[in-house]
Design a protein around this ligand. Structure first.
Ligand SMILES: Cc1cc2nc3c(=O)[nH]c(=O)nc-3n(C[C@H](O)[C@H](O)[C@H](O)COP(=O)(O)OP(=O)(O)OC[C@H]3O[C@@H](n4cnc5c(N)ncnc54)[C@H](O)[C@@H]3O)c2cc1C
Length: 445
């Protein structure tokens, strides 16, 4: 049976794969998107039940389609997934679901790539990895498996009822950890929250959501995280959207602890950094207010004053006398949720696109292996790259690059090159080779 051929193969049909399909389609580039599960599967099955988007509906979307309903609302995760299904249908994206890409290799004897899939091989001239920014859950090896204690990653958390009765320790307090801990606390659980360094922009200030402020202050387009002291931000659209305020969570019953650092004989150790971490978050929060005020003044905007936004709640007891160690049994902890992030896994990409540690080698998604591209990675080109509104722009850049490469490859000189050959008589003869006529169908050979 002849092997299926395609010009561009996009791997993954989350938002990154759908964005690639939109731009490739507009540019008239033949392509196919392979998705091992369903469109936007991550939003359906790798998120907790109550998750809503971190940004309001007017912002967390692609330019070509609005969410139905209130543009200032925070859309639920199923509606986000439905949005991408609708988007794919609107642009007639050539997506094949239920097909897993298992390897991509470069054949020695011809250009392009041989792609092995769960439904047979495909040959592609270009491959775009759109397999997500958060691929493999990471749990630091601090706590050995211990009888009577359930340990899960935040990617596997669904709702409070899933956990055995008893207290819960949530490790990690950026967006996922802070929201999960808040939900468990509201459900009446005794909750400990291990807080590391973080940023925490105000949910809204002077009548504008933080996504607006980060937009006008040009922070979504910052091109690279600072090499040192970069921290992830804690934001939440839950309960109508509230600033993540750890002192408020403590006042509502949750116990804050510093970074989880060790475990010995069922006793967890915490770094003495809780105060520093919370105050570091405060500085980030206050710096956004300062920059917002300066922007309002400089641009003469008529936005309401909000001085009370600078009033921070008093330090709770758990900050004044921080807990540095905790006997899990004595504290009644029966579950630990590790909200400790994700790693990338490009084991299927068997070409020189990643370094020795498996990290993608690329610039703005154009990989070190010609013909291989990445979209959707954190900080691919800027802060917004792994988010809904950012990936669309990165996908456009990557598509433009592919279009340029194709035009180079389609080039034929107007004057055919001279071909120098040796005659049988030992004389050198210069012969003009017949001019090769470009044939679009050959582009994928
Ligand atoms: C808890 C959480 C909340 C978030 N909230 C927001 C938010 O509110 N707003 C926002 O803008 N961003 C948010 N994000 C960040 C980001 O938008 C999501 O992670 C989003 O799912 C990334 O989209 P993606 O297409 O890059 O990757 P994914 O959604 O992960 O899509 C990758 C796809 O590739 C498929 N795939 C993987 N490997 C293969 C293979 N070998 N063969 C075939 N298919 C494969 C997967 O099945 C998957 O469908 C959130 C992330 C998390 C974890």
């Amino acid at each position: 049976m002849p092997v299926e051929k395609i010009e561009v193969l996009v791997v993954g049909a989350g938002q990154a794969g759908v964005a690639m399909s939109e731009h490739l389609g507009r540019a008239g580039v033949p392509h196919l998107v392979l998705e091992r599960a369903r469109i936007a599967e991550g939003w359906r099955t790798s998120r907790w039940d109550s998750l809503v988007a971190n940004g309001p509906a007017w912002h967390d979307r692609f330019p070509g389609l609005k969410f139905a309903g209130d543009p200032d609302a925070f859309v639920g995760k199923e509606a986000v997934a439905d949005y991408f299904v609708d988007y794919a249908s609107k642009i007639a994206a050539p997506i094949r679901c239920g097909v897993e890409v298992t390897s991509v290799q470069r054949p020695a004897d011809r250009p392009g790539f041989r792609v092995e899939t769960s439904q047979g091989p495909i040959e592609a001239r270009y491959v775009v990895a759109a397999t997500g920014p958060f691929q493999r859950p990471v749990m630091p090896p601090i706590m050995p498996e211990t009888a009577g204690i359930v340990q899960i990653h935040s990617a596997d958390y669904r709702n409070p009822a899933q956990l055995p009765a008893g207290a819960v320790l949530v490790v990690g307090a950026v967006s996922s950890g802070a929201q999960i801990a808040d939900e468990l606390n509201r459900a009446g659980r005794r909750v400990y929250l291990s807080v590391g360094p973080h940023g925490r922009p105000p949910r809204a200030y002077r009548g504008r959501d933080f996504v607006w402020w980060l937009g006008v202050l040009n922070k979504w387009d910052v091109e690279a995280p600072p090499t040192t002291d970069h921290v992830t931000i804690a934001v939440s659209g839950a309960y109508g959207g509230q600033t993540v305020e750890f002192r408020r969570l403590a006042a509502e019953g949750l116990t804050l602890v510093g970074r989880t650092s060790s475990c010995s004989n069922g006793v967890l150790g915490f770094a003495p950094d809780l105060g520093d971490n919370v105050r570091g978050g405060d500085m980030d929060y206050l710096s956004v207010l300062d920059e917002a005020d300066a922007y309002v003044a400089r641009n003469g905007l008529d936005l309401p004053q909000e001085p009370q936004a600078r009033d921070l709640p008093p330090d709770p007891a758990c900050m004044i006398n921080p807990i540095l160690s905790l006997d899990l049994k004595a504290a009644g902890i029966t579950s630990i949720i590790w909200a400790t992030g994700f790693a990338l896994d490009f084991g299927w990409l068997k070409v020189a696109a990643c370094d020795d540690h498996g990290q993608p080698r690329h610039r703005r998604g154009v990989s070190a292996e010609p013909g291989v591209y990445f979209v959707g990675l954190p900080w691919l080109s800027r802060r917004g790259s792994a988010f809904i509104w950012g990936v669309w722009h990165d996908a456009k850049f990557v598509t433009d690059h592919i279009v340029k490469q194709r035009s180079y490859l389609a080039y034929e000189p107007a004057t055919p090159p001279l071909d120098t050959t040796q005659t049988s008589a030992g004389l050198s003869a210069q012969v003009r080779s017949p001019r090769h006529q470009p044939n679009p169908s050959e582009a994928i050979r």
